[in-house]
Design a protein around this ligand. Structure first.
Ligand code: PLP
Length: 374
């Protein structure tokens, strides 16, 4: 047996599912039909609304769907430009492309790995309609500066909080600062429904339009059955998924605390290593630490490929940092976004299941220690 096979696999993340999730899901499967077809959905949206702190929260089948609905509700389409940070997951930008709009990729900040406000401001043209601010790996974008510049230029700020549940800006949960915000409840996320998403907003008209678009273009209160007044979408969360989500939201503080503890064990265990930095947590903010991430200094001469191989050899499922979107074959390369092309090449996400045993975390720490010693 190879050394790799002799050690149990450490997955990069697994959800925390307990008796409450099983009880609610079972109840939804048994009883959530007919008159009770959306009981858990209504509860889930209400809980999410109060957690995020917005007037409206609309559950969706995915965060990608929530972005698509929100952009469509803003009327984004052909000829419009949407500014987004280059190093990101494809999901944030795919709906922009589906709507026929043009993504404009700007560089990331070397510390937060999120949008650089000055770069955003420079990229604004008369065609710019929105800025999608992704709080990457739980790290916070410069919310105040982005809000200010979007207000001055009369463009929409959209917060992509898919990875940032539990991250706080000046004591407030992220997701309440943009025209709308989106969350993901994919199976890898801190709070999960298997697949699922959420659109949150304080804008009554936008919320109504999102609900209408998500109902195949059928307006609330329409008296004619099966009457659609425009071609819409259907990105709905099911009641069974919402039941799991209700249990997860009842446990949200515990789940966020568990993620933060996982991060802290890494930060303490690796503090003595030179040449590495972690997700930042600037004063006045709290990081939900969805993905603990280490970036090696350039002078360490480390590559993502070497890091991935070192983890694989120990049967540990680490993840590469997202590639620059502009380096993907369907977009035009933007090598001028030097930080977006540089950091992912020497960074890695560490495994971070919420209730990961410390012995497993020690195996991860050992890999990085041995790696650094070479
Ligand atoms: C930043 C970001 N935005 C959007 C999404 C899309 O989420 P979903 O998989 O729920 O569609 C993800 C998913 O991982 C993400 O990380």
């Amino acid at each position: 047996m190879s050394e790799q096979e002799s050690k149990s696999l450490i997955r990069y993340t697994q959800p925390s599912i307990g008796d409450l999730e099983v009880a609610y899901a079972t109840d939804a499967v048994k009883n959530g039909w007919g008159a009770h077809f959306n009981d858990y959905l209504v509860k889930f949206e209400e809980h999410a609304r109060s957690f995020v702190g917005t007037q409206h929260a609309i559950a969706t089948s995915s965060c990608t769907g929530a972005i698509h609905l929100g952009l469509a509700a803003l009327g984004i389409g052909r000829g419009d430009e949407i500014i987004i940070a280059d190093a990101n997951w494809i999901a944030s930008v795919a709906p922009v492309v589906h709507l026929g709009a043009t993504p404009v990729f700007v560089d990331i900040d070397a510390t937060t790995w999120c949008l650089v406000p000055e770069a955003v401001e420079k990229a604004i043209t008369p065609r710019t309609k929105a800025v999608i601010a992704v709080h990457l790996y739980g790290n916070l974008c410069a919310i105040d500066r982005l809000s200010d510049l979007c207000r001055r230029h009369n463009i929409a700020l959209i917060e992509d909080c898919a990875e940032a549940i539990g991250s706080q800006w000046r004591g407030e949960q992220v997701g309440r600062f943009g025209r709308f915000s989106v969350f993901s409840f994919h199976g890898t996320k801190t709070v999960t429904t298997g697949e699922g998403g959420l659109l949150a907003t304080n804008d009554d008209a936008l919320a109504e339009r999102v609900r209408m678009l998500n109902n195949h273009g059928r307006a609330a209160g329409e008296t004619k059955q099966f009457w659609a007044s425009e071609v819409g979408y259907k990105y709905k969360m099911s009641n069974v998924q919402a039941a799991i989500g209700c249990a997860q939201l009842e446990r949200v503080d515990e789940l966020i605390a568990a993620k933060r503890k996982v991060f802290q064990v890494y930060a303490d265990g690796l503090a003595h290593l030179p040449h590495i930095t972690f997700n930042p947590e600037p004063q006045g903010t709290r990081n939900g630490y969805w993905m603990p991430t280490v970036v090696f200094d350039r002078k360490a001469g480390v590559t993502r490929e070497q890091l991935m191989a070192a983890f694989k050899a120990q049967n540990i499922d680490a993840r590469p940092f997202f590639y620059p979107l502009s380096s993907l074959p369907m977009f035009n390369a933007c090598p001028q976004n030097t930080v977006s092309y540089d950091i992912p090449a020497r960074a890695i996400n560490l495994p971070s299941s919420p209730h990961m045993p410390e012995a497993d975390q020690q195996r991860v720490i050992d890999v990085l220690e041995n790696f650094s010693a070479k």
